[in-house]
Design a binder for this molecule. Sequence first.
Ligand SMILES: Cc1ncc(COP(=O)(O)O)c(C=O)c1O
Length: 398
Amino acid sequence: MKFSRRTDWNTEESALAKAHRERVRARLPVADLTASNPTRCGFAYDAQLLEPLTNQSALDYDPQPLGLLRSREAVCAYYADHGFAVSPDRVVLTTSTSEAYSFLFKLLCDPGGEILVPQPGYPLFDFLAVLDDVRIKGAPLVYDHGWQIDPESFGRAISDETRAIVLVHPNNPTGHFTKRWEAEELAKLCREREIALIVDEVFLDYAFGAERATSFAAGLEGVDVYAVSGLSKIAGLPQMKAAWIVASGSHAADAMARLEVIADTFLSMNAPVQGAMSAWLEGRGKIQKQIKERVEANLAELDRQLADLSIVRRLEVEGGWYAVLRIPALQPDETTALELLERGVWVHPGYFFGMEEKGWLVVSLLGPVEQFRTGVKAIVDYFRTHQPDNNCLVSIEP
Ligand SMILES: Cc1ncc(COP(=O)(O)O)c(C=O)c1O
């Protein structure tokens, strides 16, 4: 029997994953600074949260490919709260943002089609793309007092096979929002090359401070924009499997007709969750408040502990659940992550998010404050004893 080439993955456990598994099995302490699952981070969820699932109306199976109208209206109400008018006939519900990407890749790409994705970025793209026979092309972000796109490198990366540019707004893990000038540059490229813009806004509501971010769901002049988001981050409910795509632009009506056929082929949304979506979206404020307070407290704790350690720098961050650390690039980041794990803290090496050069760690700001404090202390202690010594970079035996 032969398997498909697209599933020809190296499924061997990485050295880091193995070390983590063994440490957990040995019951040694691990401060988890990779946490991304809000249901395991000690937040208080409303006891009534599951009540809408028992609504008798869910006993009726009304297969609507785009999703039930009242659930799509709930998505529109979310955007109305942000000041954007979205029509329910431009919304398609999906079981996850991942499924939304898969629908969009099917909609926009033939096999071998290319999607441009900023690097560093969300690591799941590679797998999502391969499963739809699509190629991901990285376009490097530049860091200079904050992350930004380099329009020239985006322009150069576009080929005849390119069908869309993906933006994550704010980006994971860099935590920067797309600025107006960046949106204009990308819109220009999309118009010139007749390609679409996919904007992932799962972290939209997690801007640091009081600032409210602008959504792309209402569209961009002259560009076909597909905004994707979902309950996993917006309502802190990854287990409920509910997300969506909002289509805008001059081809939106045709796109919706095609998306309807894609969605009809799977009909993957279940009725009870669709019925509960409006209640969960309306109630998002409570969990968002807890998550925001947590990530902001952890960011402040990170800065406090790093204040007198000049060799580790926390990069500018504007939103999301992560912080990027610049560390001395003296050895592979995986080695550093392994050595940190031996000291009881689990962090992501930069390559996990597509950072090609060494010298980067990524920490999640989502975990409980006490655990976070312990983890950062282990990082600080580690780097205090691993200061680069300029006088003896190379030791030569006589
Ligand atoms: C940028 C980004 N998009 C999408 C997702 C996943 O969303 P979902 O659970 O809806 O598939 C994540 C998860 O971490 C993410 O970081």
